[in-house]
Design a protein around this ligand. Sequence first.
Ligand code: PAF
Length: 276
Amino acid sequence: MKTFTDIIALRNSLSNKQRIAFVPTMGNLHAGHLALIKQAKQLSDCVVASIFVNRLQFLPHEDFDCYPRTFDNDCKLLAELNVNTLFAPNEEILFPTQQEFLLALPSVADTLEGEFRPGFFRGVATIVLKLFNIIQPSLAVFGKKDYQQLHIVREMVRQLNLPVEIIAGETVRAPDGLALSSRNQYLNKAQRLEACNLYQTLLQLKQEIISGRKDFPVLQENATKNLVKRGWKVDYIRIQKRSSLLPAHSDDNDLVILGAAWLDKTRLIDNMEITD
Ligand code: PAF
């Protein structure tokens, strides 16, 4: 695996590649990331991964400083999967001057995650666009775990006519259902045992919808109460339309349930699709 920190050297090395598959990450790789890499490998002989903890997508009080950074182990895991190229720039390379050009995003970016993490998607979209410009991939793989991020990246690509195909990777879960996430390691033992109940709550909601319940606001409220009773602080549990991420009405049937909730100081997100 070739590792680059520098943009010009990276571009030179990739200049003769026909079809690059790109997997952007913030490092601290786990089985969820590795599944995205494996998916990329099936789609192209040339897989480029990036590791960059992007300051633009963290609010001042969030965990940018303590976000887990495990570069050596990440390199080992990527090399084991025969990733061709790793781009691991530092902040001076990606932000040599203050990043003053920032994308303006559609209103969906102010809902759900965006409501509780204002500016988050602007930070994500801006860095993803920069990485696409630097790497110029034919396709890029994003996990469904960050469902709204996947939606917004897709919309950005569509509305800005970027020549990149966006591929969705399934969420990888622990045996008890908890979606894998770098932030799971903030959980203590008792919280880790409790954490699967976010998944269980979404699953129960899904079953209720499949069995014919259409009173979505009531279902959302009950699911929230259930988690609060168990000690969670719930940011949102919402039933949305899959195509737009707008609130679903009772006659919609291509749905996704999205949830975000806190166990003490750890914020977890998850989602579940309900397709026809
Ligand atoms: O999903 C992530 O890890 C990040 O949001 C991404 C896409 C790498 C942008 O920093």
